[in-house]
Design a protein. Sequence first.
Length: 725
Amino acid sequence: MEKQRIVEEQHLAFVYQKLVTRQQALRLFLDKGYASHLQDLQAIGSDIRLNFDNLSDSLETYAAIESKNREIDQMNLSLQSAEKELATIERLLKSPYFGKIAVDFLDGEAAESFYIGINGFADEDSQNLIYDWRSPIAELFYNNTLGASSYQVNDQRIPVSIENRRQLIVDQDQLLRFFDTSVAIQDEVLLTALEKNDGKKMRDITASIQREQNAVIRDQSSQALLVNGVAGSGKTSVIMQRVAYLLYQYRSQITSDNVLILSPNQEFIHYISDVLPSLGEKNPLNQTIRQFCSLLLQETKTAPLENEAAYFARLQAPVSFQTKTIRSNEFIDFLQEAANQTLHNEPRFHSILRKGKVVIAKETIQSIYRSTPHLPLIERLQATKKRLISAWEAQIMRNAKKSQLQDQVLALSEQQQLRYFGHLIEDDSPAGIQTYTEQLLRIKYRVVDEQLKGNRWIDEEQFLEHYYTAFTQQPYLKHSTVTLDEAVVRLFIRHRFIEKLPVPSLAFLLIDEIQDYTPAQCRLLLTLFPRAAFTMVGDENQAIFNSAIAFSEIQKIFESQNRTLQRYDLRTSYRSSGEITRLFAELVTKSTMSIVPIRPAGEIPRFLRFDHEEKWLSVIMPFIQTGRSYTILTKSAKEAAFLEKQFRETGQMPLAIYSIDIAKGREFDHVILYDISKEKFQTAQDKRILYTLLSRSMESILVTYKNELSDFFKSNHSLRTKIEK
């Protein structure tokens, strides 16, 4: 073993020096390149003699300018490439690689060794010293046991034999530890990687990807993936690693602009924001479902979309029949069927106004609509829109020829000319004045153009009201603000009945906490992105909101839209200590699989009673004073606000306090749970909330409760024993 360590240390020293040498060369190139580039830009005027005396001289001048522009473009590309490579080198210098495999290619030659890192690196002779973890050969490191195996390159399977697999823990140029193993990642290496997580921001899991996680990350054949993972199984990490993998595999076809991540809340978006940059990839657009809908909805002052806080409050309150209905897959099916029909009740229209005066009357719009062929509604409305715009354009052109309007243009002061045209009138010929008159009319009547192109002449609200009543035989109750559930249905209606929504061209859509999405939200996303490959991760046991959807229903929705769906189950929990994992594992309500803890047992959870809210702080203070960095978690935002106030009034150092809707998906070293009492935790949903609360903690947990502890703990003998101790 000592001999192998010496060999590995020598190899690490060799690779590290190659990295350092390349880093120095790149820095020198960039320093000189930028200085030279600046000189070239400053000298460009003296290098090129501008001569436009005749056609020949002009062509010669243009050719010289074009040649210089090409030189500048080439230098810019070289500098950008060098900057990108330098960033890769500097990432690798922190830890050049973490794995090694010895592979026999069954060609009679000796086995070859491949070192795996977060990025690839080749020396000056183009010899690969480090292979990117996303490269085809790296699949062998993550997926297989020793012996006969294969990996895929360009749709071709390459048979090989894996002679050895080694995990290495490397810090810069120091080899800390290494292990040979016949399985993908040894527990000790995994635990070392997990210990690096400080809970403030998520880190990449490249060095510790497990076989079941790797299957999700590298799946390129499925149209849609649905991952049901227990708490702490690395679902979100898998999503982020999958994004990095897909950007690498399809780098010649897509960029991060072709990827969208939908996260549960803003705090969570910040929490995962460093993962992809640490792997050398640009973060794609990452939004909440509310942000996504808000941008498409184009909120108005009269009916704003509810904010995130209001939405989460509504998710934890009793849900009305109306909300249940518009969230349902059945209602979306009803709308879909109606959109395909050619016979509809005539939609209502609005007149187009400017400064309160009618410019295009709704009766005119109605007349144009009635003259269109009997086609699906979206086609009739788009035909009406086309004719309206055409008629408006013709009216603008006619008015631009009117002498009285042209006289108004000629009478404009110099200040007015500058305001409207950006310069003084330069061409006062009849044709020129007509052009200026047209430009002025477009500026003054811009609001009409906006209303036409923005479909504001269509009464959108009546669609939801009409079809809801047709579906339920009940009137639709309007709200002062637009709820997210209403926004989802409105967007679906707009896209299917009025005009296709302007969404980006997505190759991949990744959704975290999919169990919190409604059927209507799933259908909207499927409708807007029919060609995108979906990756959805969640945990049915963490379905703590009234919007919860069963994974079986998600599967039915995708199948009904002719989308095949590949299901994965992640059974192992890597986040919490063994004691904490066993504690929340007893609360599983929706799972046929047992939760497997990977960490050591750790501290036994503590249960602390208090008899009054005002005394709660004194109960936990001895633990806070130990110096541990505790995070306090509550069932509701109201409780979190109450505790923050209590800390302020007593003058105590405030701790991080999160309600479960904000904390869900995150992890913390040491956690205090507020008031897990019998009074507050009784229902099946409460049980899922408790499971979610408990599973946020990694190292230790204090469970506080008022008067009497929830029966969810008392019902289990092993848990009761812990409490009595």
